[in-house]
Design a protein around this ligand. Structure first.
Ligand code: G3P
Length: 228
Protein backbone atom coordinates (compact mmCIF):
# COMPACT_ATOMS: atom_id res chain seq x y z
CA UNK A 1 0.00 0.00 0.00
CA UNK A 2 1.36 3.39 -0.99
CA UNK A 3 1.35 6.20 1.57
CA UNK A 4 0.35 9.78 0.86
CA UNK A 5 0.40 12.69 3.28
CA UNK A 6 -2.94 14.40 3.88
CA UNK A 7 -1.68 17.92 4.52
CA UNK A 8 -0.84 21.29 3.01
CA UNK A 9 2.07 21.77 5.42
CA UNK A 10 5.34 21.83 3.45
CA UNK A 11 7.52 21.04 6.48
CA UNK A 12 5.56 17.86 7.17
CA UNK A 13 5.91 16.85 3.52
CA UNK A 14 9.67 17.53 3.53
CA UNK A 15 10.08 15.26 6.58
CA UNK A 16 8.05 12.42 5.03
CA UNK A 17 10.00 12.75 1.76
CA UNK A 18 13.28 12.60 3.74
CA UNK A 19 12.03 9.37 5.33
CA UNK A 20 11.42 8.03 1.82
CA UNK A 21 7.76 7.21 2.47
CA UNK A 22 5.80 9.98 0.77
CA UNK A 23 4.32 8.69 -2.50
CA UNK A 24 1.99 11.65 -2.95
CA UNK A 25 -0.03 14.34 -1.18
CA UNK A 26 -3.72 15.11 -0.80
CA UNK A 27 -4.98 18.55 0.11
CA UNK A 28 -8.40 20.06 0.58
CA UNK A 29 -9.81 23.50 1.53
CA UNK A 30 -9.82 22.59 5.25
CA UNK A 31 -6.15 21.56 5.18
CA UNK A 32 -5.21 24.68 3.22
CA UNK A 33 -7.10 26.84 5.73
CA UNK A 34 -4.82 25.47 8.49
CA UNK A 35 -1.69 26.86 6.78
CA UNK A 36 -3.16 29.69 4.72
CA UNK A 37 -1.62 32.41 6.91
CA UNK A 38 1.84 31.47 5.62
CA UNK A 39 0.96 29.78 2.36
CA UNK A 40 0.31 32.38 -0.35
CA UNK A 41 -2.44 31.27 -2.73
CA UNK A 42 -3.69 27.68 -2.95
CA UNK A 43 -2.06 27.48 -6.39
CA UNK A 44 1.30 28.63 -5.02
CA UNK A 45 1.12 26.12 -2.17
CA UNK A 46 0.24 23.24 -4.50
CA UNK A 47 3.12 24.20 -6.81
CA UNK A 48 5.48 24.39 -3.82
CA UNK A 49 4.38 20.89 -2.76
CA UNK A 50 4.95 19.66 -6.33
CA UNK A 51 8.55 20.82 -5.97
CA UNK A 52 9.00 18.76 -2.79
CA UNK A 53 7.35 15.44 -3.65
CA UNK A 54 7.60 13.50 -6.89
CA UNK A 55 4.12 11.98 -7.00
CA UNK A 56 0.43 12.77 -7.43
CA UNK A 57 -0.84 15.86 -5.59
CA UNK A 58 -4.59 16.18 -5.18
CA UNK A 59 -6.01 19.71 -5.25
CA UNK A 60 -9.70 20.26 -4.66
CA UNK A 61 -12.30 21.98 -6.86
CA UNK A 62 -14.89 24.09 -5.04
CA UNK A 63 -17.26 25.01 -7.89
CA UNK A 64 -20.87 23.84 -7.61
CA UNK A 65 -22.04 23.29 -11.19
CA UNK A 66 -20.75 20.77 -13.71
CA UNK A 67 -19.62 23.45 -16.19
CA UNK A 68 -17.84 25.44 -13.49
CA UNK A 69 -16.22 22.28 -12.07
CA UNK A 70 -14.90 21.33 -15.51
CA UNK A 71 -13.45 24.81 -16.02
CA UNK A 72 -11.93 24.84 -12.52
CA UNK A 73 -10.53 21.32 -12.98
CA UNK A 74 -8.83 22.33 -16.24
CA UNK A 75 -7.28 25.34 -14.49
CA UNK A 76 -6.08 23.33 -11.46
CA UNK A 77 -4.67 20.56 -13.69
CA UNK A 78 -2.59 23.20 -15.51
CA UNK A 79 -0.72 24.10 -12.30
CA UNK A 80 1.66 21.12 -12.54
CA UNK A 81 1.79 17.79 -14.45
CA UNK A 82 1.49 15.84 -11.16
CA UNK A 83 -1.70 17.57 -10.05
CA UNK A 84 -4.80 15.38 -9.68
CA UNK A 85 -8.09 17.26 -9.38
CA UNK A 86 -10.33 16.42 -6.46
CA UNK A 87 -14.06 16.53 -7.12
CA UNK A 88 -16.76 15.71 -4.53
CA UNK A 89 -19.29 13.05 -5.54
CA UNK A 90 -22.71 14.52 -6.23
CA UNK A 91 -24.77 14.99 -9.40
CA UNK A 92 -22.76 17.94 -10.70
CA UNK A 93 -19.56 16.26 -9.55
CA UNK A 94 -20.31 13.03 -11.40
CA UNK A 95 -20.91 14.86 -14.68
CA UNK A 96 -17.71 16.82 -14.16
CA UNK A 97 -15.77 13.63 -13.32
CA UNK A 98 -16.95 12.07 -16.57
CA UNK A 99 -16.08 15.09 -18.72
CA UNK A 100 -12.77 15.85 -17.02
CA UNK A 101 -11.62 12.21 -17.08
CA UNK A 102 -12.55 11.94 -20.77
CA UNK A 103 -10.28 14.92 -21.36
CA UNK A 104 -7.37 12.97 -19.85
CA UNK A 105 -7.23 14.74 -16.49
CA UNK A 106 -6.89 12.46 -13.46
CA UNK A 107 -9.69 12.83 -10.91
CA UNK A 108 -9.67 11.90 -7.23
CA UNK A 109 -13.33 11.56 -6.24
CA UNK A 110 -13.69 12.81 -2.70
CA UNK A 111 -16.27 12.53 0.09
CA UNK A 112 -17.09 8.90 -0.80
CA UNK A 113 -19.26 7.29 1.87
CA UNK A 114 -20.80 4.31 0.02
CA UNK A 115 -19.76 1.57 -2.41
CA UNK A 116 -22.37 2.80 -4.89
CA UNK A 117 -20.83 6.28 -4.95
CA UNK A 118 -17.45 4.63 -5.65
CA UNK A 119 -18.95 2.50 -8.44
CA UNK A 120 -20.46 5.56 -10.12
CA UNK A 121 -17.17 7.46 -9.92
CA UNK A 122 -15.21 4.49 -11.27
CA UNK A 123 -17.65 3.97 -14.16
CA UNK A 124 -17.42 7.68 -14.96
CA UNK A 125 -13.66 7.29 -15.33
CA UNK A 126 -12.23 8.58 -12.05
CA UNK A 127 -8.60 7.63 -11.48
CA UNK A 128 -9.11 7.49 -7.69
CA UNK A 129 -11.93 7.22 -5.14
CA UNK A 130 -11.43 8.42 -1.58
CA UNK A 131 -13.65 6.81 1.05
CA UNK A 132 -13.57 8.85 4.29
CA UNK A 133 -13.20 6.14 6.88
CA UNK A 134 -12.85 8.16 10.10
CA UNK A 135 -16.01 10.15 9.39
CA UNK A 136 -17.93 6.87 8.87
CA UNK A 137 -16.57 5.53 12.17
CA UNK A 138 -17.73 8.80 13.76
CA UNK A 139 -21.36 7.99 12.87
CA UNK A 140 -21.16 4.38 14.06
CA UNK A 141 -20.37 2.70 10.73
CA UNK A 142 -17.19 0.85 9.83
CA UNK A 143 -15.01 2.81 7.44
CA UNK A 144 -12.55 -0.02 6.82
CA UNK A 145 -15.40 -2.34 5.80
CA UNK A 146 -16.34 0.20 3.13
CA UNK A 147 -12.74 0.24 1.87
CA UNK A 148 -12.83 -3.56 1.65
CA UNK A 149 -16.13 -3.51 -0.29
CA UNK A 150 -14.84 -0.96 -2.78
CA UNK A 151 -11.52 -2.74 -3.31
CA UNK A 152 -13.32 -6.04 -3.95
CA UNK A 153 -15.85 -4.44 -6.31
CA UNK A 154 -13.20 -2.66 -8.40
CA UNK A 155 -11.13 -5.83 -8.54
CA UNK A 156 -14.09 -8.03 -9.56
CA UNK A 157 -14.95 -5.80 -12.51
CA UNK A 158 -11.34 -5.04 -13.44
CA UNK A 159 -11.89 -1.32 -13.01
CA UNK A 160 -8.57 0.58 -12.98
CA UNK A 161 -9.74 3.12 -10.35
CA UNK A 162 -7.55 3.11 -7.25
CA UNK A 163 -8.78 3.41 -3.67
CA UNK A 164 -7.28 6.12 -1.45
CA UNK A 165 -8.31 5.49 2.17
CA UNK A 166 -8.86 9.00 3.57
CA UNK A 167 -9.96 10.53 6.87
CA UNK A 168 -7.45 8.18 8.51
CA UNK A 169 -7.32 8.90 12.23
CA UNK A 170 -4.89 6.41 13.79
CA UNK A 171 -2.33 3.71 13.09
CA UNK A 172 -4.84 0.85 13.39
CA UNK A 173 -6.69 2.35 10.43
CA UNK A 174 -3.48 2.11 8.38
CA UNK A 175 -2.89 -1.55 9.19
CA UNK A 176 -6.53 -2.42 8.57
CA UNK A 177 -6.62 -0.60 5.20
CA UNK A 178 -3.45 -2.40 4.11
CA UNK A 179 -4.99 -5.73 5.16
CA UNK A 180 -8.07 -5.22 2.98
CA UNK A 181 -6.03 -4.15 -0.06
CA UNK A 182 -6.42 -0.37 -0.26
CA UNK A 183 -4.06 0.85 -2.97
CA UNK A 184 -3.17 4.00 -1.04
CA UNK A 185 -3.78 5.52 2.40
CA UNK A 186 -3.46 9.26 2.86
CA UNK A 187 -2.32 10.09 6.37
CA UNK A 188 -2.16 13.12 8.62
CA UNK A 189 1.51 13.60 9.55
CA UNK A 190 1.02 12.61 13.23
CA UNK A 191 -0.39 9.23 12.13
CA UNK A 192 2.61 8.65 9.84
CA UNK A 193 5.01 9.59 12.63
CA UNK A 194 3.19 7.29 15.08
CA UNK A 195 3.72 4.34 12.73
CA UNK A 196 7.43 4.60 13.54
CA UNK A 197 7.00 4.34 17.27
CA UNK A 198 7.09 1.40 19.66
CA UNK A 199 8.18 1.55 23.31
CA UNK A 200 10.12 -1.72 22.95
CA UNK A 201 12.14 -0.15 20.11
CA UNK A 202 13.06 2.80 22.34
CA UNK A 203 13.87 0.44 25.23
CA UNK A 204 15.93 -1.81 22.92
CA UNK A 205 17.97 1.12 21.57
CA UNK A 206 18.67 2.35 25.11
CA UNK A 207 19.80 -1.14 26.16
CA UNK A 208 22.07 -1.57 23.12
CA UNK A 209 23.69 1.83 23.76
CA UNK A 210 24.23 1.10 27.47
CA UNK A 211 25.73 -2.33 26.69
CA UNK A 212 27.95 -0.77 24.02
CA UNK A 213 29.28 1.76 26.54
CA UNK A 214 29.87 -1.07 29.05
CA UNK A 215 31.73 -3.14 26.42
CA UNK A 216 33.91 -0.14 25.51
CA UNK A 217 34.74 0.47 29.19
CA UNK A 218 35.65 -3.22 29.64
CA UNK A 219 37.92 -3.10 26.61
CA UNK A 220 39.63 0.04 27.89
CA UNK A 221 40.25 -1.50 31.31
CA UNK A 222 41.48 -4.78 29.69
CA UNK A 223 43.94 -2.83 27.53
CA UNK A 224 45.19 -0.92 30.59
CA UNK A 225 45.82 -4.21 32.51
CA UNK A 226 47.86 -5.62 29.59
CA UNK A 227 49.89 -2.38 29.40
CA UNK A 228 50.70 -2.68 33.11
O1 G3P B 1 -8.47 13.29 3.23
C1 G3P B 1 -9.63 13.64 3.91
C2 G3P B 1 -9.33 14.17 5.25
O2 G3P B 1 -8.57 15.34 5.16
C3 G3P B 1 -10.51 14.34 6.12
O3 G3P B 1 -10.10 13.96 7.38
O4 G3P B 1 -10.16 13.79 9.79
O5 G3P B 1 -11.34 15.70 8.65
O6 G3P B 1 -12.26 13.40 8.53
P1 G3P B 1 -11.01 14.23 8.65
Amino acid sequence: MRLYLDTADSDEIRQAVAWGVCDGVTTNPSLFAKVSGSAGSYKERVQEIAGIVDGPISAECVSRTADALVEEAREIASWHPNVVVKIPIDAAGLEAISRVSAAGIQVNTTLIFSANQALLAANAGAAYVSPFIGRLDDIGQDGVTLVAEIVEMLDRYHLPTQVIAASVRHTQHVTACASVGAHIATLPFPVLASMLQHPLTDKGIATFLADWDRAQAQQRSGAESVAR
